[in-house]
Design a binder for this molecule. Structure first.
Ligand code: CMP
Length: 137
């Protein structure tokens, strides 16, 4: 069993599709081991995305991620990291395969509905950023 971190971003929360996105996970064999809705601070977003600090889109990314509440979840299942990325679709919704979360709910590469961990190493870092062990079951 593998765990991964999912974020439903401010655009998807504002659209009222939290339930529809969580259903994609559960309907495709990913258990929601933890979940919570929260408002990120600027420091939270900068720390979470520190890996992108030198990229030209960093400031816009941080501004967007604090523009409204997000829903962070731990998803658990066989090959959860790859499975979640498959369900999300490509980072740029214009390139996302039909039927993926980003194809169905995202507007553009900045407002792209969801984030998912890209490796086991980053999943462990990202999960511990948001959740204590006792919150995950
Ligand atoms: P996410 O998977 O959350 O990881 C970093 C985010 O930066 C990414 O989704 C996009 O929403 C955003 N972003 C904006 N521009 C780019 C870009 N050119 N390449 C990758 N990510 C980008």
């Amino acid at each position: 069993m593998e765990q991964t971190l999912s974020i439903i971003k401010p655009d998807a929360v504002a659209k009222g599709v939290i339930g529809k996105i969580l259903d994609r996970f559960e309907s495709n064999g990913l258990k929601i081991a933890a979940t919570k809705k929260m408002q990120l601070s600027r420091k939270d977003a900068e720390t979470f995305y520190a890996i992108h600090a030198e990229r030209p889109f960093f400031n816009d990314l941080v501004d967007f991620m604090i523009s409204g509440p997000v829903v962070v979840s731990v998803l658990e299942g066989e090959n959860a990291i790859a499975k979640n990325r498959e369900l999300m679709g490509a980072t740029n919704p214009k390139e996302a395969a039909a039927g993926t979360i980003r194809a169905d709910f995202a507007e553009n590469i900045d407002a792209n509905a969801v984030h998912g961990s890209d490796s086991a190493e980053n999943a462990a870092i990202e999960i511990s950023f948001f959740f204590a062990d006792r919150e995950i079951s």
